[in-house]
Ligand binder design. Sequence first.
Ligand code: ADP
Ligand code: MG
Length: 678
Amino acid sequence: FVKSSVIEGTQFEDDSDQETIDAKDILKRELQDERKTLPIYKFRDELLKAVDEYQVIVIVGETGSGKTTQIPQYLHEAGYTARGKVACTQPRRVAAMSVAARVSQEMGVKLGHEVGYSIRFEDCTSEKTMIKYMTDGMLLREFLGEPDLAGYSVVMVDEAHERTLSTDILFGLVKDIARFRPDLKLLISSATLDAEKFSDYFDSAPIFKIPGRRYPVEVHYTKAPEADYIDAAIVTILQIHVTQPPGDILVFLTGQEEIETVDEILKHKTRGLGTKIPELNICPIYANLPTELQAKIFEITPEGSRKVVLATNIAETSLTIDGIKYVIDPGFCKIKSYNPRTGMESLLINPISKASANQRAGRSGRTGPGKCFRLYTSYNYMHDLEDNTVPEIQRTNLANVVLTLKSLGIHDLVNFDFMDPPPSEALLKALEQLFALSALNSRGELTKTGRRMAEFPLDPMLSKMIVASEKYKCSDEVMSIASMLSIGNSIFYRPKDKQVHADNARLNFHTGNVGDHIALLNVYNSWRETDFSTQWCYENYIQVRSMKRARDIRDQLEGLMERVEIEVCSNASDLDAIKKAITSGFFHHSARLQKNGSYRTVKNPQTVFIHPSSGLAQLLPRWVIYHELVLTTKEYMRQVTELKPEWLVEIAPHYYQLKDVDDAGSKKLPKGQGRAAL
Ligand code: ADP
Ligand code: MG
């Protein structure tokens, strides 16, 4: 050992420790070099000068130029974080998480310390956090606690071209606070060139363009329309894989179910081909993909193999995956659509816009010339696709937003500074719905119930159900049900070879034909009784990950109960009380059995059916309430509970009169139906 004053006092416990430190250093240095190769790097100083000079700037740059990962770091390096946090909003949860992880790596800090993220039900930030990636919806909620966003020095509304509902509302709010907070900087960044509109809206804010690197992309169309785009996508993937030079493939699908189907079929087919073809690494990415699997899409593809990324719209502009050379675009995406006349909202698979198609194609030409395979004809592209996607604000239920704005003290919604105003019919419908939920009084002012509801980051119907649980003394049960409903449709699983076992396990929770809501409660409570056992989940064909998420959500709801001063108490034996609390939130969603076994929604009559997965699907009770409608082959009600019609009049007298629930037609029901547990 050579003793030198430099290393004195520094002792490494063993070699491997030293190695990890070195490896970390090398990684950090490599990442620092990589940052300098991004197109935005050349404009760093100019950009910072512009931020210094102007309060509001619109930034436009090709996807992958470095806007999301670099701009917040530049601002930090230039000292803005000394005056307050830098917020960067994303329309999607996965993007917020993944980008925050990347930036923390680049800065060599632990995720959640200097760089963090905040998404609904998950706050990965700390006192130290200076750069905060968050969903646009979370920033919107922060206004409730801090109406002037005093903790922030810069707000970057990223992916502005997506025009999500929350982003559109944020525009109005940040534009307003910028007037009385001259020190607050606003950056509006977008991947598309329609920046003029943003600039006009923000009082002619200057537009900063970052010229992108873009290689030519060859676009191929199918000769005739495809009957089944899933099938066509799979064939195309395999064709590219066996005939085309190296380069990864990106496929745009509409959601988790499609992605899982394609994943499964691809695995099956490539296994069949054995070693005749090079290895194909399949990487799915969608909103509910577990965090530990999300990073896989960014891993570099080993030589001799090929990566195929199966993605939702998230890969269109929110996430950049390096190395993509081939894009497969079936031309569809899932969008929410809302009919303000009936007040019904459904998720539908729709054709994309030309703007989206072009963004998708562009993903193949980032690092070299690329190819895009559109699974539709050029005639379809020219004549059937709209130019742009309609902003969400014009096709969604506004009740949530109206409640948030009302709790921010914004009463005059008609004159709110919307970039594109929502249809007045939709605003009216939202006000009506909130009035029926007793969140607003007849003058349109927020009630105590409304104020409490606004504390919960949930849809108004769910938050009303929780607030109502106070009256029925069953908040413990209702919180569990709300958490289970919030995790969506991923609680039970059904392995192909054990379907009967899985179905039996599931039926156990429905004993007594209690309905789907109580069945969810039974699942949660049984799991809780086993002290949250993973083994128990396996035995009952329940996804442990979903259950853990439900538990997290429930913990947070319980925290919020304290804030709105609702005592947590249990009334497990009184199922009617629990069902009444549910009805208090969901009375809009009531339906009555018809002679032919279908249902008719009570207000705004529409024919609907009980989803086959429901515990009540065979039983067909006369009156039900449902959680949501999903349109597949039919319009289905998912999560259904039986109801006594008189509850509707008792609980929602503004909304239902006796004649609405008059049961006179019941005698004509066929034998054996409509006599369930009532
Ligand atoms: P923009 O916002 O302009 O589309 P980004 O800042 O998102 O660009 O991306 C810049 C670079 O950072 C891209 O090359 C991208 O691949 C890389 N990158 C972003 N997120 C991650 C991640 N989670 N892991 C690895 N690389 C990432
Ligand atoms: Mg970005």
